[in-house]
Design a protein. Structure first.
Length: 141
């Protein structure tokens, strides 16, 4: 007798309509976007050192200038030097003038290996200055 009152459940799957729920979610999303107040965060202040006036007196005496010929000879202070002597000369110039610049005047036909050798020696001489740079100037005869 219990079998007579049981309803048959069909094997078809039941589907739930999600459209009304999506409508509610989008309405809530729009509400929260419209009513939200965005906070503007303040950045941190950087204390910059005062800018020094540009110095018009850039003298070859105060700077280290290396001349590389087309045959990869290195000249410094009017004498021919080896690439390994560049470091000692740069250290001497920087000891006399800590703001000195290092410049390499390389001939267009000189190899990059000579320039890189001088730059490596310069960076070994100055290990603690992150703003140190070697200037390259090319020339022709």
């Amino acid at each position: 007798m219990a079998r007579l009152f049981k309803k048959k459940v069909s094997n078809e799957e039941m589907e739930v309509d999600l459209t009304p729920m999506l409508d509610v979610v989008f309405i809530m999303l729009i509400f929260f976007i419209v009513t939200a107040s965005f906070v503007q965060e303040d950045g941190f202040l950087v204390n910059r050192p005062p800018e020094a006036p540009p110095s018009d007196e850039i003298s070859e005496d105060k700077n280290a200038t290396f001349i590389v010929t087309e045959t990869d000879e290195i000249w410094f202070d009017g004498r021919r030097i080896d690439v390994r002597a560049a470091r000692a000369n740069i250290e001497r110039i920087l000891a006399e003038n800590p703001n000195a610049m290092v410049t390499v005047r390389a001939h267009e036909l000189s190899t990059a290996a000579t320039y890189i050798g001088i730059v490596d020696q310069a960076y070994e001489a100055v290990t603690n200055d992150p703003e140190f740079a070697v200037n390259l100037v090319t020339y022709r005869d």
